[in-house]
Ligand binder design. Structure first.
Ligand SMILES: *Cc1c(COP(=O)(O)O)cnc(C)c1O
Length: 387
């Protein structure tokens, strides 16, 4: 089928890159050791901090989010160190696999992929760890495979309540710039981010926000590292430089994206995402379908996971929607393959884009033969008439 008009990219990342950001990147390549670059670097190195809710350094890598995961581990840990992890979904599982591959002792608390990290369980496990073998707690803030957001502030309180010295490492790849997050206030040691979700950039930048305690840990950490080593990067950053050729064009884009977030105001950005998430849940429930997230406190602002009836294949529904309406939705990942699809509503997005998205999902479900209540979308449209 020939498609006209704009493709609807409603996967939960990569997200739609705003025209402003695309234009900012359409620039000649510049000398990454010259004064013009130093100015750009200075602006983005400083400008990214408020997005993490930190006044401390943020390391920017030319990498995917997966690279920034590795950086968080190799800069803070040593071979055989125990890390406490939670099976909240596909991305948490991948980060755990990486930790295992790097030679860490990975303790996994099983989960049902419908709940976030249980803060009480964190407290229980750390209390039981009288030998202080656990060196870090790993949390995925927004599980992109499920649409469940873990309560990081409560996890921090749980760790503090035990007096345990473990570091707290948090993945915010699909929540940064979409869901309220506070690196400093919540006492997170390393926050991992990526460019292609809430930050509205193409893929290709990874981030580590680093606490004082994490920086201290990096002095004695013994996992092998070279490219990912924070120290030479932070030293070069002080002079507006990098120890290698940085992704200059993505940094042009980052400067523009940071300006857009600043213009809207982060609290407004977060409220917009929550409102769109709420409208999406109203539509899903209006259709008579079930939202994957099973805890009202943990609904994601960036995406919604939808369970399809047992006699239907979520991937076939997505294929119909792509073919007929030119819209991409997120697939069920890992053990949710075929059972779930995911609606991304993050990044550069507005009410009518959401209305179009939900209309496409509703029509696609009908065309694919899933029995849905066609008045389902109305609840969402009613919600979008309110602030
Ligand atoms: C997308 C994502 C990743 C992986 O990022 P890549 O850029 O694909 O390496 C990791 N964690 C979460 C929560 C994500 O959403």
């Amino acid at each position: 089928m020939t498609h006209t008009g704009r493709h609807f990219l409603q996967i939960p990342g990569p997200t739609n890159t705003p025209d402003r950001v695309l234009r900012a990147m359409a620039a000649p390549t510049l000398d990454h050791r010259g004064p013009e670059f130093a100015e750009l670097a200075g602006e983005v190195i400083d400008g990214i901090r408020p997005v993490f809710g930190t006044t401390r350094p943020v390391v920017i890598y030319p990498s995917s989010g997966t690279g920034a995961w590795e950086a968080a581990l190799v800069n803070t840990l040593s071979p055989g160190d125990r890390v406490l992890c939670f099976e909240t979904g596909h991305f948490a599982t991948l980060w755990q696999e990486m930790a295992r591959n790097l030679g860490l002792d990975v303790q996994v608390i099983p989960g049902d992929w419908r709940h976030g990290v249980d803060p009480q369980r964190v407290a229980d496990e750390l209390t039981a760890d009288t030998e202080r073998a656990v060196k870090a707690v790993l949390v995925v803030h927004n599980e992109t495979s499920t649409g469940v957001t873990s309560r990081v502030a409560e996890v921090r309180e749980a760790i503090d309540s035990t007096g345990h010295p473990a570091l707290l490492l948090v993945d915010t790849i699909s929540s940064l710039g979409s869901i309220d997050y506070r690196h400093d206030e919540w006492g997170v040691d390393v926050t991992v981010g990526g460019s292609q979700k809430g930050l509205m950039l193409p893929p290709g930048l990874g981030f580590n926000a680093v606490s004082e305690k994490a920086l201290e840990a990096s002095e004695t950490a013994k996992l092998s590292r070279s490219f990912w080593d924070w120290r030479p990067i932070l030293a070069a950053n002080e002079k507006g430089a990098f120890p290698y050729t940085p992704a200059t064009h993505l940094l042009y884009g980052l400067r523009e994206a940071l300006l857009m977030l600043q213009e809207e105001g982060l609290p407004n950005v977060f409220a917009r995402h929550q409102r769109h998430a709420e409208a999406t849940r109203l539509a899903v429930r209006g259709w008579g379908l079930e939202v994957l997230c099973a805890d009202e406190r943990e609904h994601s602002g960036s995406l919604t996971g939808v369970i399809v009836p047992a006699d239907h294949d979520a991937d076939k529904i997505r294929a119909v929607i792509l073919d007929q309406y030119n819209m991409s939705l997120g697939a069920g990942l890992g053990k949710l393959a075929g059972r779930v699809f995911r609606i991304g509503h993050l990044g550069d997005f507005n009410d009518l884009m959401l209305a179009g998205t939900l209309a496409g999902v509703q029509m696609g479900l009908s065309v694919a033969g899933v029995p849905v209540d066609p008045s389902g979308i109305n609840a969402a449209l009613q919600r979008l008439q309110l602030p």
